[in-house]
Design a protein around this ligand. Structure first.
Ligand code: SAM
Length: 202
């Protein structure tokens, strides 16, 4: 049942380390948008026993894998997966928990239409508790930073798969997020020319 994604295998230690730095001890609920195989929850939830980790995923074919990881994770704070499409209006009210202290999304916004990104920040703006964090991880562009050649090539490859895909500008996401009371808080560098971009609900 358990599926394995090489990218998740490579970045899960970094994701866990960064979350331990930025998620406050008072956080109780983390909603993971687009969990893929479920590897991140299995790796990170045991290190954060004070919070409940709520995995969600668009693709129903992935839910069994996420559930299998959850069943084998003895920490007891990894919740059963829920199906979630962030382009749905009001997705934030259809998923547990009612409010989240952290919403985490890894490697989705470049490999989905822009509507997935706008849907994510719209829902996050409604679902996060005051001061809550929306954490994005992946490859991004920044207007005043030269994009490295490997990310340029990746962008071309993505657009070849689907013209609606492509690396997103942090500034464009921040502009959209600001419409939903999310303020850009931190941009953390992580390996492989990726970024962890953190927004705070204000
Ligand atoms: C490259 S995979 C990354 C999976 C996982 N986050 C990881 O890092 O292993 C992209 C994920 O985005 C999800 N996704 C794409 N569009 C979505 C949407 N509209 N709502 C929720 N998830 C979406 C896909 O189902 C897939 O699991």
């Amino acid at each position: 049942m358990k599926q394995t994604a090489p990218a998740a295998e490579r970045n899960r230690d970094v994701v866990r380390g960064r979350l331990l730095e930025i998620v406050p001890d008072t956080a109780q609920d983390l909603l993971k948008v687009s969990s893929g195989t479920g590897q991140h929850g299995a790796h990170c939830a045991p290190a954060m026993p004070q919070l409940r980790w709520w995995p969600t995923e668009l693709d129903p074919g992935r839910l069994a894998s996420i559930a299998a990881y959850a069943a084998d994770t003895p920490s007891g704070n990894l919740m059963p997966p829920q199906q979630l499409d962030v382009t749905e209006s009001n997705w934030e009210t259809a998923t547990e928990p009612q409010r989240a202290d952290v919403i985490l999304n890894i490697n989705m916004v470049h490999i989905a239409p822009w509507a997935a990104c706008t849907g994510l920040v719209r829902g996050a703006g409604r679902k996060l508790t005051d001061g809550g964090l929306l954490v994005l991880y992946g490859p991004f562009r920044q207007r005043h930073v030269e994009t490295v050649a490997s990310n340029e090539a990746f962008d071309v490859w993505l657009k070849d798969q689907d013209p609606a895909y492509g690396l997103r500008f942090v500034e464009d996401i921040a502009e959209e997020a600001a419409r939903h009371n999310l303020s850009l808080s931190e941009i953390l560098t992580v390996p492989a020319n990726n970024l962890m971009v953190v927004f705070r609900s204000v």
